[in-house]
Design a protein around this ligand. Structure first.
Ligand SMILES: *Cc1c(COP(=O)(O)O)cnc(C)c1O
Length: 364
């Protein structure tokens, strides 16, 4: 049985507009954009939208997503974003054109997998410039590893170097940081006696340098997901409000109202522990009108961060299968059976695209 509510609505025209805008601004300064699909569980419709909007390649952190897209007939090239597990090197070579790397033992395993399969594989070597997730910390070790790939691993093609910023350490990409990456690339180039094809400057957070016109000239590749999927991070968290070329209404969830009643705002009885092991606190605001919708943590994760799109609706909380809303100040007279809409963040998108919730596409 295909359930009707709740469902995720995705406006593919808005998404295409976002990717086209990002790709055009990047192209103007010599940067190619890999379309990152991991945030939406690699929905094929979105991968296709990226492709149609100028993605130079499609990228995911998870190899199974790359396999699914290839099997859905969506053409690559494909880039694996998470540095490979030693146990997946055969699959990486089989399914991905390029991978990001930071461990010489894994590079050796990739070389051996290539020999077994009679293939070649492109690698981008990752530098850690302070964000403290993946990448070489010791830059001498990194340059030596690049030289080793170039000289001793004939089935691997050293495509270039890259960096990830703004993830674990929340480090801001700056012209100085990306200049460090270019300097590493140039050290490698002088050792191997040729130019590198790719200097990959990061993700959505690095796109800020394109927007501001401060990207160092030799950076020629970015890997972008959030800025085109939702376009909220740079607007809401970074406070950048002049990226008018991005639509922030690419996705919304629609859920149906199950109950509407006037109830106290302060629970009655002894407050112990809620369904998730927390002792909640409440503010007594008297009797107010509230609505329950059929949307829970099982569907979207964190309910409190959902953004109601109907004026006057606020999220009070909920549990696995319900979301409780205050609708006292709502202009419209909310009734059982009504459908309410919510804007979502990255975490909600990850949950909502994981297969449980029906998806409806606009402008397919
Ligand atoms: C997730 C990821 C990206 C894309 O990040 P966004 O913030 O969604 O643009 C790029 N590079 C790597 C290595 C990633 O893991």
């Amino acid at each position: 049985m295909e359930r009707e509510y709740p469902y995720l609505e995705i406006d593919l025209a808005a998404l295409r507009q976002n990717f086209t805008a990002a790709a055009a601004l990047c192209r103007a300064v010599g940067i190619q954009v890999a379309g990152v699909v991991k945030g939406c569980n690699a929905l094929p419709e979105i991968a296709r939208a990226y492709r149609e909007s100028g993605a130079s390649e499609l990228a995911s952190s998870r190899i199974e997503q790359i396999m699914q897209l290839r099997q859905a007939g969506i053409e690559g090239p494909y880039l694996l974003l998470r540095i490979p597990m030693p146990s997946e090197c055969d699959e990486v070579v089989r399914w991905c054109d390029t991978s990001l790397n930071s461990e010489i033992t894994v590079l050796r395993a990739l070389e051996e997998a290539c020999v077994r399969q009679g293939k070649t594989h492109r690698v981008i070597m990752m530098a850690d410039l302070g964000d403290l997730r993946e990448g070489f910390w010791d830059k001498d070790e990194m340059v030596a590893a690049c030289v080793q790939v170039e000289r001793e691993m004939p089935h691997l093609h050293l495509a270039g170097v890259g960096v990830n910023l703004g993830c674990y350490g929340a480090i801001q990409p700056t012209p100085e940081k990306l200049g460090e990456l270019v300097a590493i690339a140039e050290r490698v180039e002088s050792q191997i006696g040729r130019k590198l094809e790719v200097i990959s400057g990061g993700a959505t957070s690095s796109f800020t340098l394109v927007h501001w016109g401060t990207m160092p000239p030799r950076i020629n590749h970015l890997r972008i997901g959030e800025a085109v999927l939702l376009a909220k991070d740079l607007h809401d968290s970074w406070g950048i409000h002049d990226m008018d070329y991005f639509s922030r209404s690419t996705m919304r969830i629609r859920a149906q109202v199950l109950e509407v009643k006037k109830k106290p705002t302060y629970p009655q009885g002894t407050i112990v522990i809620d369904a998730f092991g927390h002792k909640p606190t409440f503010v007594d605001r008297g009797i107010r009108r509230r609505a329950l919708v059929s949307l829970g943590r099982a569907d979207v994760g964190n309910l409190e961060e959902l953004i109601p799109l109907d004026a006057g609706v606020t999220v009070l909380g909920g549990a696995s299968d319900h979301c409780i809303l205050d609708v006292e100040d709502c202009a419209q007279d909310v009734q059982v059976g009504d459908v309410l809409s919510f804007a979502i963040n990255y975490g909600h998108m990850l949950c909502a695209t994981s297969g449980r919730m029906p998806i409806r596409y606009l402008n397919l």
